[in-house]
Design a protein around this ligand. Structure first.
Ligand code: NAD
Ligand code: MG
Length: 350
């Protein structure tokens, strides 16, 4: 069975009680990569009693770290050959290469390919054989939190998706994997590879990474160009963003509106849509279309194949933006002030 792209999935949330650890208890998981997600999945799985082998290249600097954490390490090819479940946690841009060289030749019928992001499957950069399961367990959090939460008996919310169910057990096994890394403690939402990939790309481009940084830079430049000090512009357009986002994260938009002054609320409610207007909305729809029709994926793949020329240029330009220089200076001052505050507290306590 292959997922139907036009199907919409009802959102179902799974918790610990919905998962049966037996579905993974007697299996060996090869965790390929020991970066942000890899180190967290590998250690959480192992602490949950699952047999784990970490797949890393000879000479990889991560080998020492994985062994230091008490894990067994093998080459990616050997790890895959040994494993029932292959958790692909190398960077998305190197996954097709690792798949071709280390995974595909060592996959057996009934094995599972497990991902934390759907890009390569959804855009056909990896085309698995029909006799393996293809699942996704994607924690909605950076890896160090996935690990820290697990160690503190807390959970990390996550997504579960089944792209291909050759054995009939893909769903139960995916849920057991999610439980073993601590996700069902917090809640796991069922989705599809398509939905996860497209919403993830759209979100990071239009809102989270792209939209927000552009909003910050344009606001900063507007103030500085009008003659205000770069320091004030930095505080107003970047530094205070965290306070606002924290309020929205804790209690939604309403929680934020309740906490700011009436003046801020009235001004914000009347002017927000002036900045992000219908034109911005049309641009968002275009961004979504390029995600949906694969244009963005093709562009990004070609960019990598060409050695990342535009990416490198854009990165440099972003690094050299004046706001970065001003920010570094001011954050240095904050750190110095914080240290002084701590010293004062220490003195009071003493
Ligand atoms: P990462 O960049 O932190 O780590 C990748 C690891 O892969 C490296 O530490 C290294 O051990 C290994 N590696 C790098 N190049 C390699 C190569 N050529 N061959 C073999 N091994 C190599 O990656 P990450 O951020 O943990 O991402 C892994 C997956 O998890 C991706 O699919 C990503 O989309 C997904 N994901 C990441 C996050 C996150 O917060 N970082 C969150 C959810 C999902
Ligand atoms: Mg195998």
């Amino acid at each position: 069975m292959t997922e139907d792209d036009t199907q919409t999935f009802d959102s179902i949330v799974y918790y610990d009680d919905d998962a049966d650890s037996e579905a993974i208890a007697h299996k060996t998981v090869a965790v390929l990569g020991y970066g942000s997600q890899g180190h967290a999945h590998a250690q959480n799985l192992a602490d949950s009693g699952v047999d784990v082998v970490v797949g890393l290249r000879e000479g990889s600097s991560s080998r020492e770290a994985a062994e230091g954490d008490g894990l067994r390490v093998a080459t990616p090819a050997d790890a895959v050959a040994e494993a029932d479940i292959v958790s692909v946690l190398v960077p998305d841009t190197v996954q097709p290469d690792v798949y071709e060289n280390a995974i595909e030749p060592n996959l057996e019928a009934g094995d599972t390919l497990q991902f934390a992001h759907g890009f390569n499957i959804h855009y056909n950069q990896i085309q698995p054989p029909e006799d393996v399961d293809v699942t996704m367990v994607a924690p909605k959090s950076p890896g160090h939190l996935v690990r820290r939460n697990y160690e503190n008996d807390q959970g990390t919310p996550g997504l579960l998706a089944v792209y291909q169910d050759a054995t009939g057990e893909a769903h139960d096994e995916g849920l057991a994997y999610a439980a073993a890394i601590g996700c069902t403690r917090a809640g796991v939402v069922e989705t599809s590879f398509r939905e996860e990939t497209e919403t993830d790309l759209f979100g990071e481009q239009a809102v989270l990474c792209g939209g927000v940084t552009s909003l910050v830079k344009q606001g900063y430049e507007t103030l500085v160009d009008a003659g205000y000090s770069p320091e004030m512009a930095y505080f107003e357009c970047l530094n205070e963003l965290k306070l606002i986002v924290d309020l929205m994260y804790e209690d939604g938009l309403g929680g934020m509106w309740d906490s700011v002054s009436d003046t801020a609320e009235y001004g914000g409610l009347t002017q927000g849509d002036v900045v992000v207007d219908e034109h911005a909305r049309e641009n968002m729809e275009e961004i979504l279309e390029k995600v949906q029709n694969g244009q963005f994926a093709r562009e990004w793949i070609a960019e990598n194949q060409a050695g990342r020329p535009s990416y490198t240029q854009l990165r440099t330009a972003e690094k050299n933006h004046e706001i970065e220089e001003v920010g570094e200076e001011l954050r240095g001052l904050f750190a110095w002030q914080e240290e002084e505050d701590e010293d004062e507290t220490a003195e009071v306590k003493a």
